[in-house]
Design a protein around this ligand. Structure first.
Ligand SMILES: [Zn+2]
Length: 956
């Protein structure tokens, strides 16, 4: 059947498969083994003859059901289910018999029936049929213009007496008497309609194939028939006259779909097929044997529900002809019918549409429904027989099985399975057995992880290519995790793409440790692209690719320093290679002679003003190399250090109240505490300071007095460039150490561990090297009068500058300031200097500046150093834009283009230029308006005595 649940689409990537690790597992979970024990009952019902008078106005029925039964053991009684109706008499072999009817069970006395003997029971009954009092609300449904039945699961007992369990199939012979202006649609072949001349007609339907007791049906209304033909077999659809036009359109693919499934699964198993359309709300559709019941809303005239119509048809093979023995195995019905929707999509709309349908409508639908929960396909609880676990999760599993064994074997397996269990009941191990017989492989792990245990996996992966081998070889490493504790062993499709050709291989994944797969590829060239499951075959929550990630690239005078992350801990790498190019788009060349075993590299002898581009790879097993990292760029420049001290105030202007100083108060504080002249830079007004600007200052103090905002991460690249060039950097911030990216402290301070002390406990600092300092509580918010909260400590710092003075005593002597002199001097204060007594700060800074050798600038002209000019794009063709900002008006400013020989090419600006931002376009033409040739050009900005020269490249 098809239930309709609202659709949540969540985008995760991809899907799953297994591998044959069967015997080698070292696990404590016993493998599950499904059995047929549930179904033993001592007899076999062969046929039900159902004679039923239905009064659609009174909602009343009178009936007689004769069951032909084969005894499989000596029987003295037999039980049938019947709910909320009245039994008037019971016959056994045509003679009156004793019976007891209570609690929904008719117990019939038998005269002692020997095993192997056939006998009949007849139950005469009448009454007003009720609907099941559970979530399904099924039975015989009376609507003003319709009467129809729903019996799934185990629900025929609400309208006729039977041994109502899915494991005893029987033929059904209906004689249904109704008002004479209606048609009755049932299972099997209609053999006659008899006019009783009393305002009623009796409709005779014979279902000559055995069916489970949830599959018989009666649908009656003022129907007309729409008949179709499949290879001489009747397709008989029942709709009301107003639906005829739409239904003809909506059912148009039915013959071709029967043909499709007959081709894929085996010939259509029954004597006819059809649909009866009724105003059903319980389900969207129900696959009654040979006569599906469809909800009225599915008839649209534009085939909106074509996959549902196909789904119900597919149930004739899987669900009806092969019926799950118990509800524990219901996925053998619903999972197969749901996957048949994808097979339908592939046939009528193509392979890409099928893959998209599986990804969006099956996998993503399931993951959205399941959300964070983990569910088991096998053995759902009563209220959950028809949840997406049995539908979409099970269908996803069949999709992965198909990928594992390949299309041809997949359909052969389905055909063998269908043939082997034709008109029988099936359990999960029947299907597993067919697969194993066919492939010769052990599928117990596949069934264990997907069917018998809950959850959905994710996987982490990486890969390497041996560039030296011919043909190329691939080494993949894949590790599975899951949201359920289930161990998933996957076989993941990987596409190797070269010259528009795709080679597909399968690689293994395991939980615990990443599983290695080394495979010879067919290509002799380096693959252009390697993609893990790009078609989304695997049902997974996600996949996580591991590669080298460059933390940052820092440029100094004639050199660049690169830092990158450790590779994935699941793979031990030999080392790293660094690749460089200085024109984007050109070939990257390896620049290291030997493998780099550290996670940083310094590229030297570079030309200032040129942008260099870097990528990094990891190497294993001597010759296998990972994919290159993402690209990082750096432009070396000169660092003159000629302007003394710069204070960068990163905090936005405060209101002047304690705890919220204005920019002026901050400026005043630093002017007071520094004995040397300083230059102030206001982050909120001027943005991230450019590296070129910072390069002029021999000492920078980064100030942050606000716990609510930390902007330092926007300036890590210029600050890193500054440090590796030998500048002195002092960071004094509130929460800054906690906010700053970990890699920056690791790269420049060798500090891995920063902790924030949140309690209001900090009263000052003590030091062996510098003067002690105390907090000036008049500057602090009244809320923090016992001590400042959010002070950073560096528990594992090697160099201890200051330790924490604690109001409570708890945090006394924790290290709260540290330094490093890896290249430049880097002093990190885990507290905001601003909130200390000025006199204390003066002493500390005098000592510090003396130690740093900072003597200030002879001639401060900082405003001019804020000028920076950049060409964008660069390289360019045919034009580029030169952008610069001026801190003040200039009487005489010039912007000129020269070629590499120093010849003037173009005079862009000459004369007065006002303060503010400027943008000038150079169209690549010379003084005579003639386009210039490809090559390197210099753009020179001269403002008073400032001269900035940068390079740019015209590429045609
Ligand atoms: Zn279904």
């Amino acid at each position: 059947m098809k239930k309709y649940l609202f659709i949540i689409l969540i985008l995760t990537i991809s899907g799953v498969i297994w591998a044959d690790f069967g015997g080698s597992l070292n696990r404590n979970i016993p493998f599950y083994n499904a059995t047929r024990a549930d179904s033993a009952h001592g007899f076999d019902v062969l046929k039900y003859d159902i004679t039923l008078d239905i009064d659609d106005q009174a909602h009343y029925i009178e009936g007689s059901v004769t069951a032909t039964v084969l005894a499989e053991e000596y029987l003295t009684e037999i039980n049938y289910e019947l709910e909320e109706l009245n039994v008037s008499s019971v016959l056994v072999n045509g003679s009156a018999a004793g019976f007891n009817y209570e609690d929904g069970l008719i117990t019939i006395d038998l005269p002692g029936i020997a095993s192997g003997e056939e006998f009949t029971t007849t139950v005469e009954y009448y009454g007003y049929p009720q609907l099941s009092d559970d979530i399904y609300s099924i039975g015989m449904i009376f609507n003003i213009n319709y009467v129809f039945t729903l019996s799934d699961p185990s629900g025929c007992r609400w309208w006729f007496p039977a041994y109502d369990h899915p494991w005893d199939k029987a033929e059904i012979d209906f004689h249904v008497t109704m008002r004479d202006d209606w048609l009755v649609a049932c299972n099997g072949i209609r053999t006659g309609i008899e006019d009783n001349e009393d305002g009623t007609k009796t409709h005779h339907w014979l279902g000559s194939n055995p069916m489970a007791t949830h599959l018989p049906c009666i649908s009656a209304a003022n129907f007309i028939e729409i008949n179709q033909d499949y290879d001489g077999m009747q397709i008989q659809n029942f709709v009301t006259p107003n639906q005829e036009g739409d239904a003809i359109i909506d059912f148009q693919n039915l013959p071709a779909t029967i043909d499709l499934y007959s081709d894929k699964f085996g010939e259509y198993p029954f004597e006819k097929y059809g649909n009866a359309v009724v105003p059903m709300v319980t389900f969207g559709a129900m696959e009654h044997q040979t006569m599906t019941t469809l909800a009225m809303y599915m008839i649209t005239g534009d085939m909106s529900y074509e996959v549902t119509i196909a789904h119900e048809l597919a149930h004739q093979w899987f669900g009806n002809c092969l019926t799950p023995l118990t509800w524990a195995d219901v996925w053998l019905s619903e999972g197969f019918a749901t996957y048949s929707e994808a097979i339908y999509m592939e046939e009528f709309y193509g392979r890409a549409a099928m893959l998209d349908y599986v990804f969006q409508n099956i996998q993503q639908y399931y993951l959205g429904w399941a959300s964070g929960g983990s569910y088991t396909v096998y053995d759902p609880v009563y209220n959950s027989y028809f949840n997406p676990v049995q539908y979409e999760k099970a269908a996803s599993i069949l999709h992965m099985l198909r990928k594992t064994v390949g299309d041809e074997d997949f359909y052969s397996i389905l055909q063998n399975y269908f043939q082997e269990y034709h008109n029988q009941c099936v359990i999960t191990s029947d299907f597993q057995g067919i697969i194993e017989d066919y492939t010769g492989d052990d599928f117990s792990q596949f069934f264990q992880q997907w069917i018998f245990e809950p959850g959905i996996p994710s996987y982490d992966y990486t890969y390497f290519v041996d560039h030296n081998s011919v043909p190329k070889r691939l080494a993949s490493y894949v590790k599975t995790t899951s949201n359920s504790g289930t161990d998933f062993f996957l076989k993941i499709p990987v596409q190797i793409i070269n010259n528009a050709e795709i080679e597909e291989i399968m690689v293994n994944s395991s939980p615990g440790n990443a599983m290695e797969t080394i495979i010879d590829l067919s290509t002799e060239e380096d693959p252009e692209e390697i993609l893990f499951d790009p078609e989304g075959w695997m049902l997974v929550h996600g996949k996580n690719y591991h590669q080298v990630t460059i933390n940052n690239a820092y440029a100094a005078d004639g050199r660049v320093l690169l830092y990158w992350n450790d590779f994935w801990e699941e793979v031990e790498v030999d080392g790293y290679n660094v690749y460089c190019c200085w024109l984007p788009g050109s070939e990257f060349e390896k620049i290291n002679d030997e493998l780099i075993t550290e996670t940083f590299y310094e590229d030297v002898d570079l030309e200032n003003g040129i942008t260099y581009y870097y990528k990094i790879s990891a190497v294993i097993n001597a010759s296998f190399e990972s994919e290159l990292s993402d690209l990082y760029e750096a432009t070396p420049i000169e660092f003159p250090f000629d302007q003394g001290i710069l204070v960068v105030d990163e905090t936005y202007d405060g209101n002047g109240a304690p705890g919220s100083p204005t920019d002026e108060m901050v400026d005043q504080f630093y002017e007071n505490i520094f004995s040397l002249p300083i230059t102030s830079y206001d982050y909120s007004a001027e943005g991230v300071p450019a590296t070129e600007y910072l390069s002029h200052f021999s000492t920078i103090l980064w100030h942050d007095d606000d716990i609510g905002q930390n902007n330092i991460n926007s300036a890590l690249t210029p600050l890193g460039c500054y440090l590796i060039s030998g500048g002195n950097l002092i960071i004094s911030g509130w929460k800054t150490a906690d906010a700053i990216e970990d890699f920056f402290l690791r790269d420049f301070m060798n500090v891995d561990n920063v902790q924030l002390i949140n309690s209001m406990d900090f009263t000052g600092v003590s030091s062996e090297f510098y003067s002690d300092m105390d907090v000036d509580f008049e500057k602090v918010s009244p809320a923090f009068q016992t001590g400042l909260p959010y002070i950073a400590t560096f528990p594992e710092a090697e160099l201890e500058l200051f330790t924490y003075n604690s109001y409570s005593g708890t945090n006394q002597d924790e290290i709260c300031a540290t330094e490093s002199d890896q290249t430049g001097e880097f002093i990190f204060l885990g507290f905001p200097l601003y909130y200390f007594w000025e006199d204390d700060a003066v002493l500390f800074l005098n000592e510090l500046l003396e130690e740093l050798g900072e003597t200030g600038a002879d001639d401060i002209q900082t405003a001019d150093y804020k000028i920076a000019i950049k060409a964008f794009p660069n390289p360019f063709n045919p034009s580029t834009e030169l952008n610069f900002a001026l801190p003040r008006d200039y009487e005489n400013l010039s912007l000129k283009i020269y070629n590499i020989k120093g010849q003037l090419i173009k005079d862009l600006i000459s004369g007065f230029a006002s303060a503010g931002e400027h943008s000038v376009i150079w169209n690549g033409k010379d003084l005579n308006g003639k386009p210039v040739s490809s090559g390197l050009y210099l753009y020179c900005l001269e403002a008073d005595d400032r001269l900035i020269i940068n390079k740019m490249m015209l590429l045609k």
